[in-house]
Ligand binder design. Structure first.
Ligand SMILES: [Zn+2]
Length: 489
């Protein structure tokens, strides 16, 4: 699997630092408001990345932080006249609801900054000890950019014009204002009651140190992959690298990936233009999370994505085509359906890009040629820096060819079941399909087993009870020479 590394500006093969596990840090939301669709573009890109890594056979350990103390959250809480905790809680809850609506796979950890202040202080202490940080007159601690010669390597900055001694207190600033940045901000009246004790007096952490502390705690001092939006490259990620590497003396992150902006109707999203949408705004217009996910996933992550309600309508028809195709396959597969249930996911991992590309997995021996071609193209697209357009193209070619085959009654039930399994396999990455109707839920399978046990012990009353319970769940039992099977009523 090849990915574009912002650090080297090259496509590189993803190779985990240790074993088979990819350790991934994704900068999470600043919980001062509902996240907007531009934010979700980044989270959907990261979800696609996560699912692809797994699809190609690696394990993932993902951390997404919640920034619940910074300039914006404090200002928001004060404006709302509530505590920082109560203020951010609303938006934390909303964020997780939104992720669910968009079918984003949960990360392994969602640490909140306010729970990790001691870890931040520990890093700042190291930086002070090593001479990479200093205390200013007001008591704040700053990172000394000139003490770290590699500063600027991620954003590819020309550091020649840096004015020595310049300092920036705010969490966000422009490249023109490269300067020593705040690690610890001494308390001032604007912070209200948001304050922690530190060896350098009362105050609160700067934004950048939060991510270094949480990433290091859960993923180690060196880990594989760090992502965010292009806006994060400077200063946030540049500063993360500087403070982490200066403190540990080790390379912080091997691969950096960044997704491009989202624009709405071709223009930068802004409240004043009236084209600023949270996910909730989009849903209130009658669209759903699945359609939104489709629009956000369908553009290559390194290209600017144009969001429009026309695109949402197009997503609705594309999804309808997929649903209908799946339904049709279910119909043709008939009884072959359930027997092939277990084939889903047996094909991965595939070492795409090598000669193994042509190795056929167990179900693909049943695949018609057009589906086999789709499988290869789909995988090859994703393996080339998440080239989703190529993968979606392969998917819709398959839908077209499959529909034609079914029109001509040229697809056997076994082939239909194999194509359906392939579709489900694609969906491990896409996360777009409705569950096919024939998927037997675990609950029903357990009941079927209970019934078998009851019959073996000749407990007919129990067997009947279980049969009735299955019936209320919508399943009937068919006894076949191969054993009992479940069928939709
Ligand atoms: Zn971050």
């Amino acid at each position: 699997m090849k990915i574009h590394n912002t650090l080297t500006q090259q496509l590189e093969e993803l190779v985990p630092l240790e074993g088979n596990k990819v350790r991934l840090y994704t900068c999470g939301p600043t919980v001062y408001n509902y996240a907007h669709i531009g934010n979700f573009r980044a989270y959907i890109f990261e979800d696609l990345l996560r699912r692809c890594i797994k699809y190609f056979g690696y394990e993932v350990l993902q951390v997404m932080n919640l920034t619940d103390v910074d300039d914006k959250t404090i200002a928001g809480a004060i404006k709302a006249g509530t505590s920082l905790d109560a203020f951010t809680k609303t938006y934390k809850t909303a964020f997780f609801e939104d992720l669910k609506a968009l079918n984003v796979e949960p990360a392994e950890h969602y640490p909140a900054a306010t729970d990790h202040v001691p870890e931040m202080i520990a890093i700042i202490r190291k930086l002070m000890d090593k001479g990479h940080a200093y205390q200013s007159d007001d008591g704040s601690i700053y990172f000394s950019v000139s003490s770290f010669p590699a500063y600027g390597k991620l954003a590819h900055l020309d550091m020649a014009g840096l004015r020595p001694g310049a300092r920036v207190q705010h969490d966000e600033y422009e490249k023109e204002n490269v300067a020593d940045f705040a690690l610890w901000k001494a308390w001032d009246a604007k912070d209200g009651d948001v304050v922690w004790d530190s060896p350098w007096g009362r105050g609160r952490p700067g934004w950048h140190i939060e991510c270094s502390a949480m990433a290091t705690k859960y993923l180690g001092e060196s880990f594989d992959l760090h992502t965010g939006g292009v806006d994060n490259i400077f200063p946030h990620h540049e500063d993360e690298i500087a403070q982490s590497e200066a403190a540990s003396g080790k390379p912080f992150v091997r691969y950096w990936m960044h997704c491009a902006h989202l624009v709405v109707d071709g223009r930068k999203m802004s409240k004043s233009l009236g084209n600023f949408y949270t996910l909730r705004d989009v849903l209130s217009r009658g669209f759903n999370g699945r359609e939104t996910r489709y629009v956000l996933i369908a553009g290559h992550y390194r290209q600017s994505l144009n969001f429009s309600f026309d695109a949402m309508t197009a997503a609705r028809s594309a999804l309808q085509r997929l649903d209908e195709f799946q339904e049709r396959l279910v119909g043709v597969a008939g009884n072959a359906n359930i027997e092939h249930r277990s084939m889903v996911g047996t094909c991965s991992p595939l070492n795409v890009g090598s000669s193994e590309l042509n190795v056929r997995c167990s179900s693909s021996s049943l695949l018609p040629d057009w589906a086999e071609t789709a499988r290869q193209k789909f995988d090859a697209g994703l393996a080339e820096d998440l080239n989703i357009s190529e993968s979606l193209g392969a998917l819709f070619d398959m839908v077209h060819a499959g529909n034609r085959a079914m029109d001509g009654k040229a697809l056997t039930p076994e082939q239909a079941a194999a194509v359906k399994a392939l579709l489900a396999r694609f969906d491990q990455v896409l996360g777009l399909l409705e569950k096919p109707r024939d998927t037997v839920p675990e609950e029903a399978l357990k009941l079927l087993e209970l019934r078998q046990q009851a019959r073996q012990t000749k407990n007919w009353a129990e067997a009947d009870r279980v049969r009735n319970e299955l019936a209320t769940l919508g399943w009937i039992i068919q006894d076949t020479p191969q054993g009992p099977k479940l069928k939709r009523k």
